[in-house]
Ligand binder design. Structure first.
Ligand code: G6P
Length: 282
């Protein structure tokens, strides 16, 4: 095979999944052929393992899976957590304080839902306002109601914020970024998904890729990675070849070294097939 990379890291939403949230037959066939030829395909997603399982049926992956934006790295689709990261107490307390402040009406925006992800389940503020279909495929357990004055004692992996449609999203991001930057934490937005995430500042898909590469005994320079969003930036930057989809947001497009067709045009497989045929010359 005229293909010089030793592993393929691939994001799901907006990248390997099309707008219908499925992996096309062409993408499946292409990636399974790479797996059959000994090239690991590593899924790297913000999703939970349960929802990864649902959408990756048909893909013959038996290598580690990066879930929850790098916070939970599974040994395989049915394997244990090789690495699980939680938000530290200082950041946790700062987030609780921010939530209380906003919910008391002391800002130009209002949070409709807050979601605390514990890796096994999730707590939600105002669960009655949540589109229940959106998260029911993510966890085995039902949503637990969040009382911000009495937050859960469990360790938390990440926080998700959904503002009301008339809330000033930019003001939220600017003001809160100023506040959280000294703590090392950074907000992350999603391509085509209205939630804003705040997680452990030390963990992202790039750090997870390093971990998985060490485990597989390969160098990150020998990796080709595909992504479309802000949560893919570190992975695209660290990979030997970071590829952004045509539908990617500006964060991903800026950092990637190459561009593929969109997720609705089988961008991943078209790009990989092209590399194979051209012996890596684009
Ligand atoms: C989630 C959501 C998705 C979102 C995603 C990012 O948990 O439910 O709708 O787009 O995270 O996933 P990605 O595969 O793009 O990292």
């Amino acid at each position: 095979m005229g293909f010089n990379y030793k592993a393929i890291f691939v994001d799901l939403d907006g990248t390997l999944l099309n707008s219908q949230k499925v992996i096309s037959q062409r993408n499946l066939k292409c990636l399974n052929e790479f797996i059959d030829n000994g090239i690991p395909v590593v899924i790297a997603t913000g999703r939970t393992l349960k929802s990864v399982k649902k959408v990756t049926q048909g893909l013959k992956i038996d290598t580690p899976i990066i879930t929850l934006n790098g916070n939970d790295i599974r040994k395989s689709i049915d394997g244990y957590s090789m690495m699980l990261s939680y938000v530290d107490n200082q950041l946790k307390e700062a987030i609780f304080a921010m939530c209380k402040n906003i919910l008391n009406g002391n800002s130009d925006y209002y949070i409709q839902n807050i979601l605390f992800d514990t890796a096994n389940g999730f707590y939600c503020l105002h669960p009655n306002l949540l589109d229940s279909n959106e998260f029911s495929t993510h966890y085995d357990s039902d949503v637990k109601e969040l009382d911000i004055d009495n937050p859960p004692a469990e360790s938390i992996v990440s926080f998700l914020f959904l503002l009301t449609p008339d809330s000033n999203r930019e003001a939220f991001l600017t003001e809160q970024t100023k506040f959280f930057k000294p703590l090392g934490a950074k907000f992350c937005t999603f391509n085509g998904w209205p939630w804003i995430e705040l997680g452990s500042p030390k963990v992202n898909k790039g750090t997870a890729m390093q971990y998985v590469c060490d485990y597989l005994g390969i160098n990150m320079k020998d990796v080709i990675a595909f992504g479309d969003g802000e949560n893919d930036v570190e992975m695209l930057a660290e990979a030997g070849l970071g590829v952004a989809m045509a539908n990617a947001d500006l964060h991903a497009l800026k950092i990637a070294k190459a561009k593929a067709l969109s997720n609705d045009e089988d961008g991943v497989s078209v790009f990989l097939e092209h590399l194979k045929q051209a012996g890596n010359i684009q």
